[in-house]
Design a protein around this ligand. Structure first.
Ligand SMILES: Cc1cc2nc3c(=O)[nH]c(=O)nc-3n(C[C@H](O)[C@H](O)[C@H](O)COP(=O)(O)OP(=O)(O)OC[C@H]3O[C@@H](n4cnc5c(N)ncnc54)[C@H](O)[C@@H]3O)c2cc1C
Length: 433
């Protein structure tokens, strides 16, 4: 039977109207859409890429460090600095334990690895994406990939309806959850589109800057050590002769400078200090040994290597690719026999091993930043529901918020927690019309 044109229009309208529209299909968006649908809402998820979770797939080098094994929400939240308190409500509602239960109940075995990082025991990030897709399908979420959202408009002030214009047309929704992420790794789709929508709707955007970012240094010698990972080293940040920050752990040399967990975690602090003036980094290659202990250790090594050249006598102390670097920086001839190394020369070697200087010039920028610092001002978002305090029925979740944590699973947990809460907040406050 053919439908009348009036009926057809009504049907089209019904088909294009959703109770909840989630914009952005990353971890926060998938969790938000899944939770809203689980509570019975009619949900649409719009994603501009051809598939969901493109960035999620590269997390943890493809293995996905899905959370951090820390059940104390205060301890967890303090890793996000002064803004961390905002997360108390979300972590209370859907914390680390809930995340682990969520994935485990859907067939994922997980394990805690070094530094309390949680990874899938078998499988990888693909399994995480598949579990989230299953969650969306369970709730019959309408998923539209290849659908770039262009803008969001209030149909009329006070009508509580949004019109969402996207590359494939227009849909309307009672509630909108913006989950478009930050600006880091734009090649994965996170190009900061949500900031301008939020701004147009009256929100304040704290300037987005790259965080968890590799650092370019001025020393040319880093290229010789390129690819070398140093474990258990300490990195100290100095400005105007004052020690301002310190990290211990793993560092990687690259062709442009330094990277690896301790550099990434310190990068925000390096950036803040660079804005004020010159910064010096001191790398301690032997943090377990005091200066004197290290000098004695070198003396013992040189006894063992009697008659050999300096360049062939540092293998017990340094990885092969760093030996020529340290010898060159010491100013001592590499061919000099260790028997003839003077006390000042030995002290110079100790100094280099304990205080190897690196001069940061800049962070590598959004293209290589793991996360974006800044975003939608937290003052304008209700931490118990993720609802906007400016626009009724608007919600935010994930990296678009002014929240950034260190590496180690903190940032994905922020997405799971805020996404879940936003989905729940939106669905529970629906007016059934
Ligand atoms: C290399 C790398 C490794 C990482 N590893 C880890 C890790 O192991 N553990 C951890 O905790 N964190 C890790 N992170 C951080 C983590 O990936 C982010 O915190 C997380 O992906 C943010 O999720 P999100 O949903 O807020 O945003 P995103 O993941 O950025 O997703 C946003 C989505 O919105 C879509 N979108 C944007 N604009 C539009 C538009 N106009 N229309 C429609 N869709 C749009 C994007 O295409 C994207 O799919 C890593 C990040 C990187 C870059």
């Amino acid at each position: 039977m053919r439908k009348s044109s009036v009926q057809q229009k009504k049907d089209n309208k019904a088909n294009n109207h959703f109770e909840v529209a989630v914009l952005g299909g990353g971890p926060a968006g998938m969790m938000a859409a899944g939770r809203a649908a689980e509570l019975g809402a009619k949900v649409i998820l719009l994603e501009k890429n051809d598939s969901l979770g493109k960035k999620l797939l590269i997390t943890g080098k493809g293995r996905c460090n899905l959370t951090h094994y820390e059940f104390d929400r205060v301890k967890f939240a303090e890793k996000f600095g002064k803004n961390g308190r905002f997360l108390y409500g979300a972590l209370e509602r859907f914390g680390v334990r809930d995340t682990l239960n969520f994935f485990q109940s859907r067939g994922l075995n997980w394990q805690v690895e070094r530094g309390n990082r949680v990874f899938p025991r078998e499988g990888d990030a693909e399994n995480i994406v598949q579990i989230l897709l299953g969650y969306l399908q369970e709730g019959r979420v309408m998923i539209l990939t290849g659908s770039r959202v262009i803008d969001i408009n209030l149909v009329q002030e006070g009508t509580e309806q949004f019109k969402i214009r996207f590359s494939g047309g227009v849909v309307s929704a009672q509630k909108v959850i913006i989950c478009t992420g930050g600006k880091s790794y734009p090649q994965t789709g996170s190009s900061g589109d949500g900031y301008s929508w939020a701004e147009n709707l009256g929100h304040t955007i704290i300037e987005p800057t790259p965080a968890l970012n590799p650092v370019e240094t001025s020393e040319g010698w880093v290229q010789e050590a390129q690819g070398l990972t140093l474990k258990n080293v300490s990195l100290q940040l100095y400005q105007n002769g004052r020690k301002c920050d310190e990290r211990f752990g793993e560092l990687l040399f690259t062709h442009f400078g330094i990277s690896g967990p301790i550099v990434m975690d310190m990068s925000k602090s390096i950036d803040n200090h660079l804005r004020k003036g010159k910064v010096k980094l001191l790398l301690d290659l032997k943090p377990a040994l005091e200066f004197k202990q290290l000098e004695e250790r070198i003396q013992r090594d040189f006894q063992d290597f009697r008659g050999r050249m300096l360049k062939n006598s540092l293998a017990k102390l340094l990885p092969a690719s760093l030996i020529p670097v340290i010898v060159k920086l010491s100013g001592i001839e590499g061919e000099k026999k260790v028997d003839y190394i003077t006390k000042p020369e030995r002290r110079q070697l100790v100094h280099l091993l304990k205080e190897l200087e690196l001069t940061p010039i800049r962070l590598l920028g959004f293209s290589w930043a793991v996360i974006t610092s800044g975003g939608v001002s937290l003052k304008e978002v209700n931490p118990d529901t993720m609802a906007s305090r400016k626009i009724k029925n608007l919600y935010f979740a994930g990296e678009i918020l002014d929240l950034d944590g260190p590496s180690g699973g903190y940032n994905l947990q922020e997405c799971w927690s805020t996404g879940y809460l936003a989905g729940e907040g939106a669905a529970k406050s629906l007016k059934r019309i």
